[in-house]
Design a protein around this ligand. Structure first.
Ligand code: F3S
Length: 412
């Protein structure tokens, strides 16, 4: 791999032992991908942020770089932690796990990572532009910045993201190359004005059918909101490892189908119509109809607009006393919700806000929930294993209805 003179000096230790170690990691990784060189990145986003998924190995990596005096070379944000360390909430986390989360927080401070603790860093701390090269992990954020913002990042791996942050470099391969960003699979979407729920189910369907290819979604005339793309991307990334999709006529690199495919042949389309919608929704539900223990929304973290919608739905309602209703979001959104009056409306109905963590990476499995419901495709994918509970998926309206009734009626 060709290195610049500055990079050769970094590899020799000119910027300290931490930067040297990080360069060694990236050079080895780059050579395994046959990358011709490293490229500078504008920013990094880190997933070694909670002990549940980072484990002791992730903590060891962070503390190793801290011990070598490393600092982020580019703005670096972090994914949700395992728990909100300032929260006095009602589920108990074992002391040993709390201590490990504190060590992760301390390492982040020492490394100069921005502790936003969110999977929507593009709304809190980072503003990638079209054409920027980034070194990001967090599958839902990667697919969003690639597809909707037109930035370039591979779905980096935990640990390597830290090396990217410290050097401000990443190997040139995969989605950093224009020719690798072209469509490979065509989905004919029969919902020109999809609802939020249809977008999430479409994402899940795309994930199940792409086998890591880049899907081009054709037939959508208008997307109602940014949040619909966040939900679609997260579901596609969870169900099928999608890191980039195009929506013909809408997303930055897909002015039309031909542009979206570039030199690639345009394959016969896979149809996504009412039948596929219903089938996919059924696949997203592992639960049988019946009583619910919890409803969890905010995967990816809810935006303030989603909180506003939820406040309207919950106004004057009472959630069944046997159902926990958790809303995961960024802490700043809770402050905004408080100022706007949404927080009191939501809490009066019996729901709780949780910040800095999420249903998948916190220790919800320790709560003993046997059946939960969510409006998130990504949560529906991970909850059966990560929360160890049967899972029902539905629109936010269906989630609220089920939470108030105390039971889920089944796939509608
Ligand atoms: Fe975010 Fe956690 Fe979902 S990190 S995308 S809320 S699994």
């Amino acid at each position: 791999m060709q290195l610049t003179s500055e990079e050769r000096e970094m590899l020799a230790g000119s910027k300290g032992p931490g930067c040297r170690l990080a360069m060694e990691v990236l050079v080895e990784m780059g050579e395994s991908y046959q990358a011709p060189c490293l490229i500078p990145v504008e920013s990094a986003h880190i997933v070694v942020s909670n002990h549940k998924s980072a484990c002791d190995a992730g903590l060891e990596i962070l503390e190793k770089f801290v011990s070598l005096g490393s600092k982020a070379a580019v703005p670096t944000t972090v994914d949700p932690g395992g728990i909100d360390l300032e929260w006095r909430g009602s589920y108990k986390i074992p002391g040993e796990l709390l201590e490990k989360q504190r060590r992760i927080r301390d390492a982040f401070r020492a490394l100069d990572f921005i502790p936003c603790w969110t999977c929507i860093p593009y709304l809190f701390g980072q503003s990638p532009r079209v054409g920027d090269h980034l070194g990001w992990t967090e599958s839902s954020a990667v697919v969003y910045v690639n597809s909707i913002l037109g930035a370039n990042t591979n779905r980096e791996t935990a640990g390597v993201d830290v090396a990217i942050s410290i050097t401000g470099r990443t190997p040139l391969h995969g989605l950093h190359l224009k020719k690798k960003r072209k469509g490979e699979l065509l989905i004919d979407v029969r919902f020109p004005y999809p609802t939020r729920e249809q977008m999430v189910i479409l994402g899940y369907f795309a994930g199940l059918n792409t086998a890591a290819k880049i899907p081009v979604l054709n037939g959508i005339e208008k997307i109602a909101r940014l949040e619909d793309c966040i939900g679609l991307g997260a579901a596609s990334a969870a169900a099928g490892g999608v890191a980039l999709y195009h929506i013909a006529g809408i997303t930055p690199e897909a002015g039309d189908i031909k542009t979206a495919f570039g030199e690639n042949p345009i394959p016969p389309p896979i149809v996504f119509g009412p039948r596929e919608l219903k089938d996919t929704k059924g696949k997203m539900c592992t639960a049988q109809p019946g009583s619910l223990d919890a409803v969890m929304v905010g995967c990816p973290h809810y935006t303030i607009a989603e909180i506003r919608d939820l406040a309207r739905l919950l106004a004057g309602q009472k959630i069944d006393r046997n159902v926990r209703f958790w809303i995961f979001t960024h802490k700043a959104n809770i402050l905004l919700a408080e100022r706007a009056g949404y927080k009191s409306t939501i809490e009066e109905a019996g729901a709780e806000f949780v910040a800095d963590t999420c249903m998948v990476v916190t220790y919800a499995d320790l709560c003993g929930f046997s059946r939960i419901m969510t409006d998130s495709g990504k949560c529906a994918y991970y909850a059966p294993t990560e929360i160890a509970s049967e899972t029902a998926f539905g629109s936010i309206e269906e989630c609220v209805e089920a939470a108030v009734r105390g039971e889920w009626a089944g796939v509608s």
